[in-house]
Every structure is written in structure tokens, then in C-alpha cells.
Design a protein around this ligand. Structure first.
Ligand code: FAD
Length: 256
């Protein structure tokens, strides 16, 4: 579940799921996200915050590192360095509860329960795979996921349905790999969107990943829906302060 160290039991209600899939494999992750660029980190944040055990696997070379300076990512009026943007995205995935593992996913196979991805010789079992890597990765061919040449470019892409499902059940794809627009903000949004498809496939009553003021739903005589967290005034203040500190930490670290 999402950052348990920030949760104040007295003031917080989160109607969540814990380890929601029915896998017989106790050692398996619910979701393996391949890639830790904008799409993979956003997908990881949403999956982990929905209570899914999520591992984010990456060999570290996001396309974003080729950019000289990012001036079109929302929330940074004078732009942001690509390295800092990636650091923030990866910290965010970690903070949300993802396990980040470095390494290349070399091969993969379908199993009776889901999937096994092999990273530097280590097998990582997962019930679902969300691919945000590059389409020419061998593991996708091993899993039987179709790829096709992108027109007119030189790269391959993964065709999906409108919600991000590939032609292999349990494998989803988001971001650059699906031929979406070539901007980091679009890739991040796509990662979040496809993660929500996966979450809704696994947890059909998942409503919204929202944090609302305590009492918000009570005024409508409603229970706090699954996925929503209600927090009191003190907790809001505490989180706001912590949010500012964490941001400062990353910015200071990247400056030094
Ligand atoms: C020169 C250049 C300049 C750009 N400038 C801008 C800009 O100014 N603004 C902007 O918004 N966008 C810019 N972009 C585009 C932006 O970088 C991409 O849209 C964005 O990075 C796509 O995000 P993504 O998460 O889909 O893929 P990526 O960021 O490419 O992430 C892919 C991830 O998959 C991992 N991976 C791949 N294969 C494997 C494997 N087999 N096993 C494990 N991990 C794997 C990689 O390590 C990486 O973490 C630029 C791109 C280029 C090339």
C-alpha cells in the first residue's frame, strides 16, 4: 500500500484493496512495469497506490535523457532538467510503494499463473505486465505480444486497444512504445491511464485515486469509495510540509 509512514490512523480513511489479485503464487508481484521513464513511473504510482504489489524494472536509459532541457512538462514554468524530472518521477514511484529494480528484462514467458520476466538471470514472477519499454525488446516477443513497424519511423511499436490492452491477455502497454505523442507529459498521462485500465480489470469497484477532505462523502451520505482517502486538517498540513521537504531534497541533491 502507499507510503504507510505518512498515514495517520486517527485522521485518515482510505478504502483500499490489499494484494487484490487471486494469484496462488505468494512470491509473485501483482504487476511488473517494464521501464522507468515517464510512462512507467506514472503507471507504477497508480498501480501501487491502488494496493497492487508493483515492481518497476528498468535498465535506466529513458529517452528523456536525450533531451537538452524540458520546457513543456506541466508544473515547471521555467522548465526542468531531464535528469531532475526523472529523479522526481522515480522517487515518486518509490514513495507510492513500488519496488524499483535495475536491470534489463532479457526474456519472459507465460506461466499458468501469469508471467515470469528474467532480469539479469533472476526470474521475477508477476500476474500482470505493463510494458513501457521499447518494442524491440525480446521479452515482448517471448510473451507473444505483437509488434509492428511505426510509420514512417524506424522503430517498432506495440498495437493496443483503446484502453492499453495488448493482444496477449494480462499484458498492457503505455507511452512511447504504443506510438503515442512523443512528449514526456503525454507518456506519463498514458502510463496513468493504462494503469487505471489494469486496476479496473483487477479491482472492478475501484473508484478513484483521490485524497479528499474528511467529511466530503458524508455530506452526500456516501461511504468513502474504494481507492479514495479522506484526511483531516492536521494530516493535510503535515503532508503539505513533507511534500515541500521532499521536493527540496531532490532539487538540492541534483544541484550538488
Ligand atoms: C532528442 C530528444 C529530445 C526530446 N525532448 C523532449 C522535450 O523537450 N519534451 C518532451 O516532453 N519530450 C521530449 N522528448 C520525448 C520524451 O523523451 C519521450 O516522449 C518520453 O521519454 C517517453 O516516455 P516513455 O516512458 O514512454 O519511454 P522512455 O522514457 O524511453 O522510457 C523507457 C524505459 O524503458 C526502459 N527499458 C527499455 N527496454 C527495457 C528492457 N528490456 N528492460 C528493462 N527496461 C527497459 C528504459 O530504461 C526506460 O526506463 C525527446 C526525445 C528525444 C529523443
Amino acid at each position: 500500500m502507499t507510503n504507510s509512514d505518512t498515514t495517520d490512523a486517527d485522521t485518515t480513511t482510505r478504502a483500499t484493496t490489499d494484494r487484490t489479485t487471486d494469484s496462488a503464487r505468494t512470491d509473485a508481484f501483482d504487476v511488473a512495469v517494464v521501464g522507468a521513464g515517464p510512462a512507467g513511473c506514472a503507471a507504477g504510482v497508480f498501480c501501487a497506490r491502488a494496493g497492487l504489489e508493483t515492481v518497476v524494472l528498468s535498465n535506466g536509459r529513458s529517452t528523456l535523457t536525450k533531451c537538452a532541457y524540458v520546457e513543456n512538462y506541466l508544473g515547471f514554468p521555467a522548465g526542468i532538467e531531464p535528469r531532475t524530472l526523472l529523479d522526481l518521477a522515480r522517487e515518486h514511484a518509490r514513495e507510492a510503494g513500488c519496488e524499483l529494480r535495475a536491470g534489463t528484462v532479457d526474456t519472459g514467458r507465460r506461466t499458468d499463473d501469469g508471467f515470469d520476466l528474467v532480469v539479469d538471470g533472476e526470474s521475477i514472477p508477476a500476474d500482470f505486465v505493463l510494458a513501457t519499454s521499447w518494442a524491440d525488446s525480446d521479452y515482448l516477443q517471448d510473451l507473444g505480444v505483437s509488434t509492428e513497424p511505426e510509420e514512417p519511423g524506424p522503430v517498432d511499436v506495440v498495437p493496443t486497444d483503446a484502453d492499453g490492452r495488448t493482444d496477449v491477455g494480462g499484458v498492457y502497454a503505455a507511452g512511447r512504445i504504443t506510438s503515442t505523442h512523443h512528449q514526456a507529459l503525454v507518456a506519463a498521462g498514458d502510463g496513468a491511464r493504462v494503469a487505471l485500465t489494469l486496476i479496473n480489470d483487477v479491482v472492478p469497484d475501484f473508484y478513484n485515486d483521490w485524497v479528499v477532505p474528511e467529511g466530503y462523502y458524508e455530506q452526500y451520505d456516501r461511504e468513502v469509495p474504494v481507492g479514495v482517502e479522506a484526511i483531516g486538517h492536521e494530516e493535510r498540513r503535515r503532508r503539505a510540509e513533507r511534500g515541500r521537504e521532499r521536493l527540496r531534497e531532490v532539487l538540492d541533491r541534483d544541484r550538488s
